[in-house]
Ligand binder design. Structure first.
Ligand code: PMV
Length: 348
């Protein structure tokens, strides 16, 4: 029995930073799901003894590295109690990304979302008989896949659906959860969600401090409580700005979030810096282009130096022409992406 799915990366507007045991986020986050940068996973259940390992993992056509195998094993163990049916054989997983490591896109969200989708699909078929169609997922299936993805990598919970997704408990909102993400597509007019994301690749090198270490440093952080309050407020502010199509407010909050994320890193004990001088130069360029042309564009940062420039599809021609000039001048490469709907079934 085989199942093939893909999942995209996502970019957080309101950042998830800090977690407790079991990938429970310290604060709610809100993100746009991307479309082009995707991980493809094929999962096959074979009748083979699984005593010497429940799975085999291949990445880009080769046996996955020991580091990836170990990380995946942690996720696999955390999924154990969530499977409705015990795996009756071994699971062969083969995964590849359609974007290079050097695209400046964090691959773990796309990767764990695609793994979760393919494995959950196999579980559904084990339960209901080997139906070929994977198209009849209901809300509970998306929630399960999001929960599985979260246990692999927190932000992966938000790559299951799109284009606007929330994860983590939001004060006063019943439909919010720390376990899985919620899709907020129906709360905002479709034309206000037509965003594009140009990722300026500033440095493709290995991060000096991993996200896992960064999350852990939030535990005793001097700004911890203030950060939780800020994220709760910014969650509502971002959603309202999107609903109202208020691009000035949107830019204000999204940029505050990016700056706050990196300020938290710079004020951790020990402190660390993940930006690069070119990150700051590019930010200045965005601000001056916006001022001169009065266009609705903004920027954000992940846990790294690469700058995400966000702009509505309506101004894409003008903005992309400028990005091409800017990146030629700064000697940078760019990954152009856009918002999308999350996981999808792929041909086997
Ligand atoms: O999913 P993780 O554990 O790699 O954490 C990602 C955290 C940020 O990318 C910095 C923010 C976010 O909400 O995606």
């Amino acid at each position: 029995m085989k199942s093939a799915w893909s999942a995209p990366a996502n970019i957080a507007l309101v950042k998830y930073w800090g977690k407790t045991q079991g990938q429970i986020p310290m604060n709610p986050s809100l993100s746009l799901t991307l479309n082009k940068a995707r991980t493809f996973v094929q999962a096959e259940l074979v009748e083979e003894d699984n005593k010497n390992g429940p799975f085999e993992l291949h990445f880009q056509g080769q046996r996955a590295s020991e580091k990836f195998q170990q990380k995946f094993l942690q996720a696999w163990l955390s999924w154990d109690s969530l499977w409705p049916t015990k795996w009756p054989g071994k699971v062969l997983l083969s995964t590849h990304n359609n974007f290079p490591h050097s695209a400046g896109i964090a691959s773990s969200a796309a990767s764990y979302a695609a793994m979760a989708a393919a494995l959950w699909d196999l579980q559904r078929r084990l339960k209901h008989g080997d139906v070929n169609s994977s198209a009849d997922w209901v809300l509970a299936d998306y929630q399960m896949a999001s929960e599985l993805a979260r246990l692999g990598s927190g932000s992966a919970a938000r790559s299951i659906q799109g284009p606007l997704v929330s994860w983590g408990e939001v004060e006063g909102r019943i439909n919010s959860s720390n376990r899985f993400a919620h899709c907020l597509k129906d709360e905002v007019a479709a034309e206000n969600l037509q965003w594009k994301d140009a990722v300026l690749l500033i440095d493709a090198g290995e991060k000096s401090v991993s996200s896992a270490k960064g999350h852990a440093l939030m535990e005793g952080h001097i700004y911890r409580d203030a950060r939780i309050k800020q994220a709760q407020n910014n969650w509502f502010a971002t959603l309202n700005a999107l609903k109202q199509g208020d691009w000035q407010k949107f830019a204000e909050v999204v940029e505050e979030e990016a700056m706050s994320l990196h300020a938290l890193m710079m004020t951790s004990r020990p402190s660390f810096v993940l930006t690069h001088p070119k990150t700051w130069l590019a930010i200045e360029e965005v601000k001056s282009f916006r001022k001169v042309h009065q266009l609705p564009l903004t920027f954000t940062l992940d846990a790294g130096p690469n700058l995400h420039i966000l702009y509505p599809a309506t101004v894409a021609i003008q903005v992309e022409r400028w990005i091409h000039d800017l990146t030629r001048e700064m000697r940078l490469t760019t990954h152009f992406d856009e918002v999308g709907d999350g996981i999808r079934v792929e041909a086997h």
